[in-house]
Design a protein around this ligand. Structure first.
Ligand code: ATP
Ligand code: MN
Length: 298
């Protein structure tokens, strides 16, 4: 399933750290990493009449090619195949074009920066890949990005699947993520933790009787997800709680010591025009666990 993985490389602070995480996908069958650098035309000086300067592009391509050497060494060092591609254009468009052409099954997002309050910026290119791509995007969360406890956090990307958290809001997109998870039978999944957080904001308005009713309905739905996954041969656990979806999903991921969160890029609150949902975004930005986003193209 993960034979060929696309790793768009931007040569920023954490590019090689994140790559070291991606290489662990060898444990789930990765054979080849496609390295792609896109020379961003928006950042090139442009002549009003002649457009881009061909010499500039040539020079930048050469630099990119050289910079890829270390990455190639790392990839080949663990026994995987490396392919180098350099393109010129609008990054997310080129990434999606190459992803389709190379028939990759996963795009690993390398562009990660830590913000002042510890949040991870995925960058606008990743945003667009998630929104328009329709190809799952993996955000590995290397500890270097957090500046955290290196030894401890590395563990999460070292076991690419292991304990998988699947949060659901019963939306079509979350269901798409569920279908995706069902296909992971031979990828070292030890246990799937399915979770639903009943939004406390909405629950506050309810009478105790109604709340109990809602709780029971949600519990039944979660149990049916559990049975569904058990039928496929997975070991499954479930979690239901009243709280804030944003913070509780991250909390459950910690409590359950999950190695990967698999979720939909959108949920029930899907509004046309937004790039991706706020719960998904928050999890990607604040959780220290790797996230695999199943993008739901609409
Ligand atoms: P927003 O909530 O910002 O209006 P949205 O509903 O389209 O946007 P999210 O809420 O981010 O998008 O949903 C993305 C994914 O997050 C869902 O597919 C699901 O996996 C998960 N999720 C969202 N809400 C919950 C929840 N209350 N409990 C469990 N998982 C959730
Ligand atoms: Mn939502």
């Amino acid at each position: 399933m993960y034979k060929k993985i696309l790793y768009p490389i931007s040569f920023d602070e954490f590019s090689l750290d994140v790559l070291s995480c991606v290489l662990h996908l060898k444990k789930v069958g990765a054979k080849e990493i496609v390295l792609l650098h896109v020379i961003d035309t928006a950042k090139l000086p442009m002549d009003k009449y002649e457009g881009y300067n061909a010499a500039d592009i040539k020079k930048l391509s050469k630099i990119a090619e050289l910079k890829m050497t270390d990455a190639v060494k790392m990839i080949e060092g663990v026994g995987l195949k490396a392919k180098k591609i350099i393109e010129t254009g609008i990054p997310y468009r080129e990434i999606l074009r190459v992803a389709a052409k190379e028939k990759v099954s996963l795009i690993a997002s390398g562009k990660q920066k830590r913000g002042i309050i510890g949040e991870i910026f995925t960058g606008s290119t990743t945003d667009k890949l998630i929104r328009y791509g329709g190809i799952p995007v993996y955000i590995p969360k290397h500890p270097a990005v957090f500046g955290g406890d290196k030894g401890k956090c590395v563990k999460y990307c070292e076991i690419p699947f292991g304990r998988v958290l699947y949060p659901t809001d019963w939306s079509v997109c979350a269901e798409t993520a569920l279908e995706y998870i069902k296909g992971l039978k031979n990828n070292g999944v030890e246990e799937i933790i399915t979770a639903h957080v009943m939004d406390e904001k909405a629950m506050k308005m309810l009478t105790p009787k109604k709340l109990k009713e809602f709780w029971n309905t949600d519990k039944e739905k979660l149990e049916s997800v559990k049975h569904d996954l058990e039928k496929q041969g997975f070991k499954v656990k479930l979690h239901i709680r009243i709280g804030k979806p944003n913070t509780d999903i991250i909390r459950i991921a910690k409590e359950e010591n999950t190695s990967l969160i698999i979720m939909g890029s959108h949920g029930k609150g899907y509004v046309k025009g937004i790039l991706w949902g706020s719960v998904a975004r928050n999890t990607v930005e604040y959780s220290d666990r790797p996230v695999l986003l199943v993008s739901c193209k609409k």
